[in-house]
Design a protein around this ligand. Structure first.
Ligand code: UD1
Length: 417
């Protein structure tokens, strides 16, 4: 297993190009199943999760070409309507083929994802919504088996805000017969990006960017070309790197308009932030101030940035509270950060952090994607050397992270294992 050796690296300075958003690319790749025409996607990040989905769709008969950051798809001849356990267990987002398959082919078999490191994460809302649209669903041998001659428009109120749940139901609704109203929809920029791509494919969707999506189903969608929105979480992670290392980073090809809550916390922590339409500059000249954080659905502070801001709070001046309201087990980075000298107390979903001036390099283990990023950030601040093990989690969501950071002055080495 590969490891990262993170050496003490302060005052990062320079430009980093932000990649396309993994969480937008994943549903849009699945949207390729909705048409027999060619879909061309640009600004696709080269990440393990994208390769996993490429294999899954390839196995279903979708013709895929992936070169550079451009991916093209042709799903004219789909030969299998099954998403096997081996894919869904490595990547939950594989469940996003469910809506498109039932909508276009009237059948799908998708393995249930099961638990994952950061919580139980059920898919009951995806199932409830498809049933409301007339799908017959049975759960058998660990698989969701869904059948419908043609889905019908329905009014669906989701019990909680779910990102992939909204995306799955949106992709199902675009080909349904009649009008579907999706209430309490997720408003994450990645959902919005999917909606924009679907509209280019001929879908009729009103309320994009709000919590009520009104979808008038059409008989058929066509191909289109779409560029994936910038990754606000990758950009946010590098912004925190600038703040922690008292550096000055300009994040190019970014979308600061999707990062309001993150930018607000950076400013509160003492950073100087300059925003343009497609760039974000973050500079910090002193030790950061601690900031209280509560994770909530968009546009509030994202759970996917909680671990990175935890590292910032660990080295900040003062004490802070962090409250995780989205996932029940998302503090797995805490014991690892404590091994590096951080002072964190966790009680249920609340973490109390007392900032320290020094962290110490240690051997630590990455436990999930964003937790891994928090350990790399901590490693740059810490004196000495930090060995981050199990970085396959990091490779799922960060494109060339050590190259991007080394280009702005970090000293991180990948050791093949
Ligand atoms: C997506 C993101 C992930 C992010 C998360 C929250 C992708 C590929 N992943 O995950 O990076 O951390 O949103 O912003 O886009 N829930 C249910 N029943 C359901 C669906 C969800 O109870 O049917 C619960 C979950 O257990 C969780 C909460 O709702 O507690 C939010 O989960 P959800 O938004 O669905 O997360 P994902 O879409 O899996």
């Amino acid at each position: 297993m590969d490891k990262l050796i993170v050496n003490h690296s302060m005052n990062l300075k320079g430009d980093i190009r932000v990649s396309g958003a993994k969480n937008a690319a994943l549903p849009i790749v699945c949207a390729s199943l909705l048409t027999a025409d060619q879909l061309v996607l640009k600004n696709v990040p080269q990440l393990k999760d994208i390769y996993t989905l490429e294999k899954l769709l390839g196995g279903m008969g979708v013709k895929i070409d992936f070169s550079g950051d451009v991916m093209s798809f042709n799903a004219a001849e789909v030969t299998s309507l099954v998403a096997p356990y081996e894919f869904v267990k490595t990547m939950r987002a594989s469940v996003l083929v469910l809506g498109p398959l039932v909508a276009r082919f009237g059948y799908a078999e998708v393995s249930l994802p099961g638990g994952c490191a950061i919580g139980a994460r059920p898919v009951d809302q995806h199932i409830k919504g498809l049933e409301a649209m007339g799908a017959e669903i049975v759960i058998e041998h660990g698989y969701i088996k869904a059948k419908a001659s043609r889905l019908k428009g329905a009014r669906i109120v989701m019990d909680m805000v779910t990102v992939t749940g909204t995306e799955n139901l949106l992709m199902a609704a675009v080909l349904a017969d009649g009008v579907t109203i999706l209430e309490n929809s997720a408003r994450e920029p990645e959902v919005t990006d999917l909606a924009h791509c679907l509209i280019k494919m001929g879908a009729k969707i009103d309320g994009v960017g709000t919590d009520t999506l009104v979808v008038t189903g059409v008989e058929k969608l066509h191909g289109c070309e779409h560029s994936v929105v910038a990754d606000r979480i990758e950009a946010g992670t590098f912004a925190v790197a600038a703040a922690i290392t008292q550096g000055d980073l300009t994040l190019t090809h970014a979308r600061p308009d999707t990062m309001g809550a993150i930018i607000e916390k950076l400013i509160r922590s003492g950073a100087t932030v300059t925003e343009g339409n497609d760039f974000l500059r973050v500079a910090m000249s002193t030790r950061p101030q601690s900031v209280d954080i509560k994770t909530l659905p968009y546009p509030a502070f994202p759970t996917d940035m909680q671990a990175q801001f935890m590292t910032l709070n660990c080295v900040a001046d003062g004490a802070s509270y962090m409250t995780e309201t989205i996932f029940e087990n998302r503090y797995m980075h805490v014991p690892e950060l404590c091994r590096m000298g951080a002072k964190i107390d966790v009680d249920g979903n609340i973490a109390m952090i007392r900032g320290v001036t020094q962290l110490h390099g240690a051997e630590v283990m990455a436990t999930d994607l964003r937790a891994s990023a928090s350990l790399v950030l901590a490693g740059m601040y810490a004196e000495g050397q930090t060995k981050v093990d199990r970085i396959y989690h990091l490779d799922r969501g960060y494109e060339h992270i050590e190259h991007k950071l080394n280009n702005v002055g970090a000293n991180i080495v990948r050791v093949k294992g």
